[in-house]
Design a protein around this ligand. Structure first.
Ligand SMILES: Nc1ncnc2c1ncn2[C@@H]1O[C@H](COP(=O)(O)OP(=O)(O)OP(=O)(O)O)[C@@H](O)[C@H]1O
Ligand SMILES: [Mg+2]
Length: 305
């Protein structure tokens, strides 16, 4: 993240972190804080774009790819003896509450390697479109784009689910060693053209995220543990998320992200420390926005010790 962009251009801020570790809480607080200072902020996710006022291109492509990631993850799933039928049209998708129904699946038999692997590729493709057609134009209009989850997370998780499934079944068309080389160029692209101006890795123990998630909703999401790879249970949450956290830290170090360490403390104190890091980094890159009062807070780069 160079900060070499000309003044007048907006700023792309993105957060990376495991499921339930507090990214959204921090992103919402940042959005509120920057707006109170009179800055133009666009909180942005792929999900929000599906129902936003966008032209046919890119909206149709974003809707189709969004549905296809689910179709690939769950298309081969059998629930209560029947194949899950997913609607083709977006209007039916909304009407039939397809995502909510999928999130209610108690256990998902493995769709082996192909589904999650193909989902990772489509997820990546969708984010290529999202960046060039939605994020970049907003930056050119001078807006601050706040993305509560850097989409590297979703691509990594789907890829890891493919690897877990391949390792577990030992069958299927693709072997773990064969899958690996597919992921590397996508990761490099996230660290290259898709890398935000300000990236903060929200780091913290998966056990804490699990505790908060269970308090929040009493369960973990269907994509947050290893049930898709054939291993139901909370152990799968901790295993999958620990591997994600390890890879996120590597990514953060390699591509110049800051690290915000979440502690077992009240949500507000974690959010405040995260906000300080974000504001300090934003002030450094855009001194003319005069966020002055926070500029003295030192951010912690995710450098190797
Ligand atoms: N320090 C904290 N103490 C207690 N609860 C917390 C803390 N930080 C966050 N939470 C709670 O944990 C839950 C998940 O937080 P949040 O939605 O911000 O995480 P996230 O990283 O955005 O999750 P997701 O992966 O779903 O996007 C929320 O219910 C939130 O209120
Ligand atoms: Mg979130």
């Amino acid at each position: 993240m160079s900060g070499s962009q000309p003044p007048g251009r907006g700023l792309y801020v993105s957060l990376l972190g495991i499921d339930g570790i507090g990214k959204s809480s921090l992103a919402q607080r940042l959005t509120r804080d920057l707006r109170e200072r009179g800055l133009k902020v666009l909180p942005l996710s792929w999900r929000d774009c599906l129902d936003a006022q966008l032209p046919g291109w890119p909206q149709q492509a974003l809707r189709t790819m969004w549905m296809d990631t689910y179709r690939l993850m769950f298309g081969s799933t059998i629930d209560q003896g029947q194949h899950i039928a997913l609607p083709e049209r977006y209007a039916d998708w909304v009407e039939e509450r397809a995502e909510e129904r999928l999130s209610e699946l108690a256990a998902t038999p493995s769709s082996a390697t192909t589904g999650p692997l193909a989902a990772a590729m489509v997820e990546f493709a969708g984010n290529l479109v999202l960046y060039s057609e939605v994020i970049r134009p907003a930056l050119e209009r001078g807006e601050i784009v706040v993305q509560e989850t850097f989409p590297y997370k979703h691509v990594l998780k789907e890829y890891l689910l493919a690897v877990y499934a391949a390792n577990r079944t030992g069958t299927g068309a693709y072997h773990p060693q064969e899958i690996d080389p597919l992921f590397t160029p996508m990761e490099e692209f996230f660290g290259g053209p898709l890398n935000p101006d300000v990236g903060v890795f929200v780091d913290g123990p998966p056990e804490l995220a699990l505790e908060w998630r269970l308090k929040q909703s009493g369960q973990v999401g269907v994509m947050e543990d290893l049930r898709i790879a054939g291993e139901p249970g909370f152990d799968g949450f901790v295993r999958l998320q620990s591997e994600c956290a390890r890879r996120f830290l590597e990514f953060a170090r390699k591509y110049g992200w800051q690290r915000h360490e979440v502690r077992d403390a009240p949500a507000d104190s974690n959010v405040r420390r995260g906000l300080d890091i974000l504001l300090a980094e934003i002030s450094r890159l855009r001194p003319h926005w005069q966020l002055g009062r926070c500029a003295g807070v030192a951010a912690e780069p995710a450098e190797p010790e």
